[in-house]
Design a protein around this ligand. Structure first.
Ligand code: FAD
Length: 479
């Protein structure tokens, strides 16, 4: 026996929450939509787990960060789902899926059938065991992917009450957890195999700035080596971390942030995969026409870089979710998703945003000894990516807008000389590149609040584009 829904979302994370909200906005009928999630709580804003959730004073707790609180939308509490007739099946893993029969089997033995399926299963943290290191059972070794992990991390931090913390991994999770541990008065050592932190995104110059900042907060960096084993006490708790370079680090707790793996296993052999995720088209539709995929699990065509990518960032999950729902409910009105990649982080008093692609030649600008600096990436003569630390809203808007415009850069030295001024001048020209959450024009969509010029529409857009083309044609001759 089982139930049937028109729309089923597997996964109850960020993408699921935003998809549910989009269905609601488009008038989904009571009883048509169901979300099945392994987590026991309604969809929430996952980035909070490494930030507000770990604060020593007044930490964020649900329901304060349910989706879509961070984007000026209403907060989707369990009550909201109930009132809007959206079925939440929580604490329930989908065990298998049959895309030909359009059915799912849950771990509780229920069969659920659908007309349209949205896969929003996200990703899971890579575990040490996958690298041959034992330690999963130790109560003071923590990961951070979901609420249960965050609770455990917060509890371990509290029970240690300061002491030595070793963080393994210099990416997003490692850097954000290291900052939280410092704020919680731990002596933190950050260990990673690369030559710098955030190697997939930061240039070495940018990385140096953050590493210096972290060091000024007492964080010790050990680079170019990896964890090989732990020492345990008689209670099975880790007491020290052994590294390949032969060093031993005393540890009261350990946080592991060594990457993630998309949760694709339900669909292996049934849907086409690419870049480790479920391959979808610009409508977020997979190789099976009834199945859509969004968020960390989806590999979609990123038009602006001209290739299929899988992005592991919250903004992409939110917008892809809205786009998929638009494509399902109004396919004829929904053009292909045209997403400008956007990543951000906030640690200590620092805050950065990145837009576009970090490919090609890097042009740094600003004062790396001061609070505001950044970089552009110029690839094949075009500005394709922008990074800014410590910007104002107007400045972040400007780099986003400029990156979306992909201006031709003939003189890199001049770009360096103008620095942030270049983005400000380009973005202040009379152009209105309209972002849209759902219709494929998601170009310059930033964090809240949304921008006033988003309201400019129709004729004004067309006129502005013509004006910009004229102005920009003149400008290009100077560059
Ligand atoms: C601690 C942390 C901090 C982050 N900070 C930032 C940040 O500052 N900026 C940024 O851009 N990004 C950040 N991210 C990344 C961002 O949160 C993810 O990109 C985003 O959550 C992806 O959304 P999603 O819905 O695809 O996956 P998720 O939010 O991971 O949701 C997946 C859901 O699917 C469920 N699920 C999986 N398999 C099954 C199954 N078989 N049956 C039922 N349910 C299943 C999971 O339990 C989970 O609820 C952070 C991530 C973490 C973990």
């Amino acid at each position: 026996m089982g139930r049937a829904f028109v729309y089923v979302i597997i996964g109850g994370g960020v993408a699921a929450g935003y998809a549910a909200h989009e269905f609601f906005k488009r008038g989904v009928t009571h009883g048509e939509l169901c979300i099945i999630s392994e987590e026991p709580v309604a969809p929430y804003e996952r980035p909070a787990l490494s930030k507000g959730y770990l604060l020593p004073e007044a930490p964020a707790r649900l329901p304060s960060f349910h989706c879509c609180v961070g984007t000026n939308e209403e907060k989707l509490t369990p009550k909201w789902y109930k009132e809007n007739g959206i079925e939440l099946i929580l604490g329930t893993r989908v065990k298998s899926a049959d895309v030909r029969r359009k059915t799912l089997l849950t771990a509780t033995g229920e069969t659920i059938s659908y007309k349209y399926l949205i896969v929003a299963t996200g990703a899971r943290a890579l575990k040490l065991e996958e690298f041959g290191v034992n330690g999963l059972d130790a109560t003071n070794v923590c990961y951070l992917r979901d609420l249960a992990d965050a609770d455990r991390l917060a509890n371990v931090m509290q029970s240690c009450g300061g002491g030595n913390a070793v963080v393994i991994g210099g990416g997003y999770i490692g850097m954000e957890c290291a900052a939280s541990l410092v704020i919680n008065k731990f002596n933190v050592t950050l260990v990673f195999p690369e030559a710098q932190c955030m190697p997939r995104l930061f240039t070495s110059k940018i990385a140096s700035y953050y590493e210096d900042f972290y060091q000024s907060k007492g964080v010790k960096f050990i680079k170019g080596t990896v964890l090989t084993s732990f020492d345990f006490n008689s209670d099975g708790q880790v007491t020290a971390v052994n590294l390949r370079d032969g060093s031993k680090l005393p540890a009261d707790m350990v946080v592991i942030g060594i990457g993630i793996r998309p949760n694709t296993s339900l669909f292996e052999g049934q849907l086409t995969m690419e870049k480790g995720g479920i391959k979808v088209n610009g409508q977020m539709q997979s190789s099976n026409a009834s199945v859509y995929a969004i968020g960390d699990v989806a590999a979609f065509p990123v038009k602006i870089v001209g290739e299929t990518r899988r992005l592991e960032h919250v903004d992409s999950a939110r917008k892809a979710a809205r786009h998929a729902v638009a494509a399902i409910t109004e396919p004829e009105k929904t053009s292909d998703f045209d997403y400008l990649p956007f990543f951000y982080s906030r640690v200590f008093t620092l805050s950065w945003q990145f837009y576009g692609d970090n490919a090609g030649e890097v042009v740094h600008f600003g004062d790396f000894a001061g609070p505001t600096f950044g970089a552009y990436w110029v690839n094949k003569g075009y500005l394709v990516g922008s990074f800014l630390e410590g910007g104002t809203k107007e400045q972040y808007d400007a780099i986003a807008c400029t990156t979306r415009l992909k201006p031709k850069i003939d003189d890199v030295a001049e770009l360096e000389r103008q620095g942030l001024g270049f983005a400000l001048s380009v973005s202040q020209k009379p152009v209105s590149l309209r972002p849209s959450d759902v219709d494929g024009g998601s170009g310059v969509v930033l964090e809240k609040p949304m921008y006033a010029w988003h309201a400019t529409a129709g004729v004004i857009v067309a006129a502005s584009i013509v004006a910009f083309a004229y102005w920009y044609g003149r400008r290009r001759r100077r560059w």
